[in-house]
Design a protein around this ligand. Structure first.
Ligand SMILES: Cc1cc2nc3c(=O)[nH]c(=O)nc-3n(C[C@H](O)[C@H](O)[C@H](O)COP(=O)(O)OP(=O)(O)OC[C@H]3O[C@@H](n4cnc5c(N)ncnc54)[C@H](O)[C@@H]3O)c2cc1C
Length: 339
């Protein structure tokens, strides 16, 4: 039996802790339930929203129609060779639990992505990334159900068109598929990625002599726990904005005026600029506006001090965007999905 609720609060289902109502919420625990829902025409007869952990959404109004929560569980080793193991995880698995599962077995490649909230199924949506690693680096393929026909389609790495916090699922085929499972190609002989951010420093503090994926994961967990506001304590959806990419000529001009500007080259002639730095320079870091604001330690993270309306957070985000555009001529974009 499919679990269904009507006129239900979505507050427990979004890490921002925004109070909105859904007309109907359905919990999907088996592929058969999902297929049945597709056959019933639920995705063609009216508005719908697929939800994982709700850690990358901002609800600005009540959600009309159907909310479908992905609770598909299961992790399976498909095959292996001397170097790699192919692991399929169902979309409703909690991402961090999947990371820990892999670390326990010494399957490497996703340890730098420890403690990112949300589900496995949402991870390809924006090609989640942290500490120099993105899921595209270990992604093999995913299975998604066509919401019109119910047909199962396999998307390869190339099909997904991964980019920085981007994929085909946020663009060309937005709203057309339910990501049911993701297969990763993990390393049996881990390749360590410990050069990014404070990882090396924490490894030294922890007295780590022999590098392991567990040691890296522990370091990432320690850094994230000390730096990022915990949604269980203060509502948020992580980085609210993406780091913008600008032309090197624009960057060099800004650098003359603001020598401390933070940026690094991506492709030829392009520089990715730290959005947090831009926002901080506009005076927003730690600034509270009503029950929302930019976090005191992380300018990029907008927070809910309690009882905020999504619309207020959205308005603040728009004001921040405008001030960055006015001061630097850079148009920053939101990373969080505005619903
Ligand atoms: C404290 C904090 C820190 C974070 N740090 C990072 C970070 O370091 N790096 C990073 O990349 N992100 C980060 N995030 C953002 C977030 O964790 C990721 O984007 C995560 O992948 C979202 O997963 P979710 O299951 O919560 O997705 P949701 O918020 O539920 O959904 C996100 C979007 O994907 C769609 N969607 C979800 N599941 C499916 C599916 N199965 N099929 C089709 N569409 C689907 C939804 O409709 C929505 O548009 C952070 C968030 C928080 C709160």
């Amino acid at each position: 039996m499919m679990q269904e609720e009507t006129h239900i609060s979505l507050k427990p289902y979004n890490t921002f802790g925004i109070e909105v109502q859904a007309d109907k919420l359905v919990h999907i625990q088996t592929l058969e339930q999902l297929k049945e829902l597709i056959r019933s025409g639920a995705f063609t007869s009216g508005p719908f929203l697929i939800l994982g952990g709700g850690s990358n959404v901002l609800f600005t109004k009540d959600v009309k129609g159907l909310v479908v929560r992905n609770e598909l569980k299961g992790i399976e080793v498909l095959r292996e060779d001397d170097s790699y193991v192919w692991v399929k995880a169902m979309g409703g698995e909690v991402w961090h639990e999947f990371v820990l599962w892999s670390i326990e077995r010494n399957f490497g490649g996703i340890e730098n992505l420890s403690l990112i909230p949300g589900t496995v199924g949402a991870a390809p949506m924006q090609n989640i990334g942290a500490y120099g690693v993105e899921i595209k680096d270990t992604f093999d393929s995913l299975e998604a159900l066509d919401l019109k026909t119910g047909a199962l389609k396999v998307f390869s790495q190339t099909d997904c068109k991964f980019g920085y916090r981007e994929s085909i699922f946020k663009n060309e085929v937005k709203g057309s598929y339910f990501i049911a499972s993701v297969t990763f190609k993990l390393h049996k002989h881990p390749v360590f990625n410990n050069s990014y951010g404070a990882i090396q420093q924490v490894l030294e503090q922890n007295g780590v002599k022999e590098l392991s994926i567990k040691a890296i994961s522990d370091a990432v967990i320690a850094i994230r726990s000390s730096k990022l506001p915990n949604p269980a304590v203060i509502g948020n959806a992580g980085s609210f904005f993406k780091n913008p990419e600008i032309d090197i000529t624009h960057f060099n001009t800004l650098k003359e005026q603001y020598p401390s500007i933070v940026g690094y080259p991506t492709s030829p002639g392009k520089i990715k600029v730290a959005a947090g730095w831009l926002i901080e320079q506009c005076g927003w870091k730690g600034k509270r506006v009503g029950n929302t604001g930019s976090h005191k330690d992380q300018a990029l993270v907008l927070v809910n001090y309690g009882g905020v309306k999504g619309e207020e957070v959205y308005q603040l985000a728009e004001t921040i965007k405008k001030s960055v555009a006015d001061k630097f001529g850079i148009h920053i974009q939101t990373e969080v999905n505005i619903i």
